[in-house]
Write a protein that binds this ligand. Structure first.
Ligand SMILES: Cc1cn([C@H]2C[C@H](O)[C@@H](COP(=O)(O)OP(=O)(O)O[C@H]3O[C@@H](C)C(=O)[C@@H](O)[C@H]3O)O2)c(=O)[nH]c1=O
Length: 191
């Protein structure tokens, strides 16, 4: 499988560009290949595929993660539309703790973001009717579901909202700021 892999500012977060083979019919692409992704440093066993539709441009979902013992790594791509996709480092002891990095993902280009375990994940839709699909390497565990406010001033993500209010869920509006997040669990940086 042909793909390029770019390390982002937090180098465990990867931007992957699978090769698209275009012809008169359209294109073909491998969107996941266990061997090629393992060689690229993504040696997860993905166990669940998720998909969401956000109707409005300026919809923000996040910042979400599952705490131990049910953490999840995520491999995110866009099926329709475009997003700014973001990962926030929550690994105690990481030089990037509390920092974010991210990339624009579009259906047209087919880029993917790999968000490792120990990171919160969120995105903002850049177009209406945006569909996002992502693989996760741990099953949904509602008891371990956790999140942080998308507009946490300490994380300070410049969401592309053009001055408009974000469309968010009631649940996401009640999430804590990182500085107030109380959990007996911590993520460690892998050795
Ligand atoms: C995440 C998830 C939710 N659900 C259910 C719970 C709830 O009733 C409904 C909607 O859930 P949410 O409001 O949490 O959906 P959403 O806000 O889209 O949550 C997602 O946001 C992005 C940013 C992520 O990174 C994902 O891991 C996930 O947290 O779907 C599942 O059944 N399985 C799952 O894996």
């Amino acid at each position: 499988m042909a793909l390029t892999v770019e390390k982002l500012a937090i180098p465990d977060v990867l931007l992957i560009r699978p090769k698209k083979f275009g012809d008169a019919r359209g294109y073909f692409a491998e969107t996941y290949n266990a061997r090629a992704y393992c060689e690229a440093g993504i040696d997860c066993v993905f166990v669940q595929d998720n998909q969401s539709l956000s109707v409005e441009k300026g919809t923000i979902r996040g910042l979400h993660f599952q705490v131990p013992p049910e953490p999840q790594a995520k491999l995110v791509r866009v099926l329709r539309g475009a997003i700014l996709d973001v990962a926030v480092d929550l690994r105690r002891g990481s030089p990037h703790y509390g920092q974010w990095c991210g990339a624009t993902l579009t259906a047209e280009e087919g880029e993917q973001l790999f968000v490792p375990r120990g990171f919160a994940h969120g995105f903002c839709t850049l177009m209406p009717e945006t569909e996002v699909a992502y693989k996760v390497d741990g099953f949904y565990a509602p008891g371990c579901d956790a999140g942080l406010r998308y507009d946490d001033p300490d994380i300070n993500i410049p969401w592309p909202l053009d001055g408009k209010a974000a469309m968010i869920s009631d649940k996401d509006g009640k999430l804590p700021f990182l500085r107030d997040f109380k959990s007996p669990f911590t993520f460690e940086v892998p050795a």
